[in-house]
Design a protein. Structure first.
Length: 214
């Protein structure tokens, strides 16, 4: 309650409520219920990990526009392939303590297929920040597209060789870098200097195009 009060005082009530909701989902839904009862534990429980972007957005702006919810959806869809990559790597440990993670219950092949499907959904979802929402610009879109291409490549390699734990390890490590760079891309794209540079380059390209003979 002290943390809730401090956040409501220093930031705002909306961000404080969202933070408490995230904690409740993580502790009550994921840890005490889903983690040991369902191989879909990380899918549903992943909502707890996707709430922090909403908390931060609400703390800064006091509002939750559609772009904030899209960021929530991006983290939510990213979580299963990220965590299942780790689960494939340490599935023996999960099996020993009777935690029904996806690879323990359905095997490597089915898990790799799920990682592939989620990755295919994730990449176009990240690009929606630029179009149609317009919350980000071309710099972010280029970063999201490049990172997404690498993520798809790694998910495809794992799909072809689901028993290769080195591939699972590589995908897991890249997924961490992916989310870090994707988030950094949103920040860099929002800088006034970035927007000015993009506008200047676009203007020069348009001038060159206008000079071409029709």
């Amino acid at each position: 309650m002290l943390a809730f009060g401090l956040q409501a005082l220093v930031a705002n009530l909306l961000s404080a409520v969202l933070a408490m909701v995230g904690i409740a989902i993580y502790v009550g839904v994921y840890t005490h219920w889903l983690k040991r009862s369902s191989p879909q534990n990380i899918v549903i429980g992943g909502a707890a990990g996707a709430i922090p972007p909403l908390v931060g957005w609400a703390a800064v702006t006091g509002d939750l526009p559609l772009a904030a919810w899209l960021f929530f959806a991006i983290v939510f869809i990213w979580t299963p392939p990220h965590f299942w990559g780790l689960a494939m790597l340490i599935q023996d440990d999960y099996a020993k303590v009777n935690v029904p993670m996806m690879p323990v219950v359905v095997g490597d092949k089915a898990t790799a297929q799920q990682i592939w499907y989620y990755t295919l959904v994730l990449v176009p979802l990240t690009l929606m920040m630029t179009y149609p929402l317009g919350a980000t610009g071309t710099v972010y879109a280029a970063i999201a597209l490049g990172l997404g291409g690498l993520f798809i490549q790694k998910a495809w390699a794992l799909l072809k060789e689901p028993g290769d734990r080195d591939l699972a390890k590589g995908l897991f490590k890249f997924s961490i870098l992916y989310m870090m760079l994707l988030s950094a891309g949103m920040v860099v794209d929002s800088w006034p200097v970035t927007r000015s540079a993009v506008a200047a380059i676009s203007g020069q390209v348009e001038s060159l195009v206008s000079m071409l003979p029709l």
